[in-house]
Design a protein around this ligand. Structure first.
Ligand SMILES: NC(=O)C1=CN([C@@H]2O[C@H](COP(=O)(O)OP(=O)(O)OC[C@H]3O[C@@H](n4cnc5c(N)ncnc54)[C@H](O)[C@@H]3O)[C@@H](O)[C@H]2O)C=CC1
Ligand SMILES: O=C(O)CCC(=O)C(=O)O
Length: 423
């Protein structure tokens, strides 16, 4: 059974593309750009829809729909993950590609944004079927991707094994070994040290910076994390290691709560490769209850549209750091900001993943590899600087952190598009 994310594309509030466009427009207006810049940036420059036939284990053929969106390639090749999820849609992939452009702008990477997705439920597919769909997707999009065009990476329900199959398929098509085609690979295939934990590391750095601003001591702080996959589970571990008390976690099927702190090491040990762990317990709470728990720091690390106008007034945390892409609607952002809650937006908070993906691509291109300490040191500098830029912009321009992040993120691609003579 697949959990529904509650997002209904016909309801404007949950239309992630529309809300992203709204904030892009506000950011460009604040920066004084003319309307044609918005006209260019409101949609991806390229969007490919593909149909992927896969021979299933029962010998039937199933046709899956996939997408790859390339938002803006004025700064450099586009870059962003591939999501395998039953709720993937064209609009969602477009919005996700715009968020990737903004992330690249905020942490100053030489990329534009891209994103891909396949409508499927990998939790119900065998290893062999997953290999088939991964290879089929790469064959279908091979003409528009590549190490100097558009570089995929992992996202929801995809991992280093899937990146390895995709890299192998691309290398067969391209007729030479091409590790720079994709990031998030296993280390033995040219993956970078620190990529697996990079998103959570970036979120941890943002939590540290936000806590300093709010005068909250991480040691003993009560943390709630929604989602226990790549981003959420490592984040829970890092917060636990720093002396915080992780009192709530969840996955697609429910949540766990212990006001005295959960046994994070045990949960990490028992979670499956899709970030599911709550199925092992009897006393669970719902994801809705989890978000409203009494805590200091709340980290949505699952899917879109989880904090809405319905529950924004019931959130107890004083800091929200968005590890997930798009977990908070615009109306909820306004409510939280009015309530004085410090919200570190997705395009800044989750930029650690693409930052270390960039490091992986650089290492692949130069054929010389860095240690985990070197990667971490570089990541730390990048995220601290990104946070400072966004925080300063929010203070100086008297706007909320999301609008400030969009203002910082949009500028480079707008300027690059202008210099190229596109607008
Ligand atoms: N993996 C990465 O490097 C990056 C991930 N992100 C974002 O972080 C979020 C999580 O991604 P990953 O951890 O990579 O995915 P994952 O596939 O490793 O884990 C996803 C987690 O979310 C849970 N989940 C799925 N549907 C849910 C629902 N309806 N309600 C509650 N929980 C649900 C799953 O059970 C699982 O625990 C996504 O929004 C993703 O786009 C952002 C930047 C980079
Ligand atoms: O690592 C990457 O290139 C992209 C990560 C991603 O998809 C994201 O930040 O949402």
């Amino acid at each position: 059974m697949v959990a529904d994310n509650g997002a209904n594309e016909t309801n404007e509030q949950f239309d992630v593309l529309k809300s992203t466009q709204t904030v892009i427009k506000k950011a460009l207006d604040k920066l004084g750009y003319p309307n044609e810049v918005y006209d260019l940036l409101k949609e991806p420059v390229r969007m490919m829809t593909v149909r992927i036939p896969v021979r299933m284990d029962d010998d039937s053929i199933e046709i899956f729909t996939g997408y790859r969106a390339q938002h803006n390639d004025a700064v450099g090749p586009t870059k962003g993950g591939v999501r395998f999820h039953p709720n993937v849609s064209e609009k969602e992939v477009k919005a996700l590609s715009i968020w990737m452009s903004l992330k690249a702008g905020i942490v100053d990477l030489p990329y534009g944004g891209g994103k891909g997705g396949i409508v499927c439920d990998p939790r119900e597919m065998s290893f062999r079927e997953l290999e088939g769909i991964s290879r089929g997707y790469v064959r279908a999009i091979s003409q528009i991707v590549g190490p100097t065009k558009d570089i995929p990476a992992p996202d929801v329900f995809t991992n280093s094994q899937i990146m390895a199959w995709m890299m192998d398929e691309y290398s067969r098509i391209d007729e030479f070994n091409n590790p720079g085609f994709i990031t998030g690979k296993p280390i033995v295939l040219g993956g970078s040290h620190g990529r697996e934990t990079a998103t959570a590391k970036g979120v941890t750095i943002c939590i540290d910076e936000a806590a300093k601003q709010k005068g909250i001591d991480i040691e003993g702080a009560r943390v709630v994390v929604q989602g226990f996959g790549n981003a959420g589970s490592f984040l829970a571990k890092f917060m636990h290691d720093k002396g915080a008390k992780v009192i709530g976690i969840s996955d697609a099927y429910g949540g766990l709560h212990d006001p005295d702190g959960l046994d994070i090491e045990y949960l990490l040990d028992r979670r499956d490769s899709f970030g599911t762990v709550t199925n092992l317990f009897k006393n669970t709470i719902t994801n809705e209850e989890l978000l409203e728990l009494d805590c200091d720091i709340l980290v949505p690390a699952a899917i879109e549209n989880q904090i809405t106008e319905k529950n924004a007034n019931s959130i107890k945390a004083s800091i929200i750091v968005e590890a997930a892409n798009g977990p908070t609607t615009l109306e909820a952002t306004r409510i939280l900001s009015d309530r004085g809650i410090l919200l570190v937006p997705d395009v800044l908070a989750s930029a650690g993943g693409v930052t270390v993906s960039y490091f992986e691509w650089v290492q692949n291109n130069q054929g010389y590899y860095w240690t985990e300490d070197e990667v971490e040191e570089k990541l730390h500098k990048v995220i601290v600087k990104g946070f400072a830029n966004v925080y300063r912009t929010a203070e100086n321009r008297k706007v909320d952190m999301r609008l400030a992040a969009y203002m910082v993120g949009v500028r480079k691609m707008a300027e690059a598009s202008r210099f190229r003579g596109w607008i």
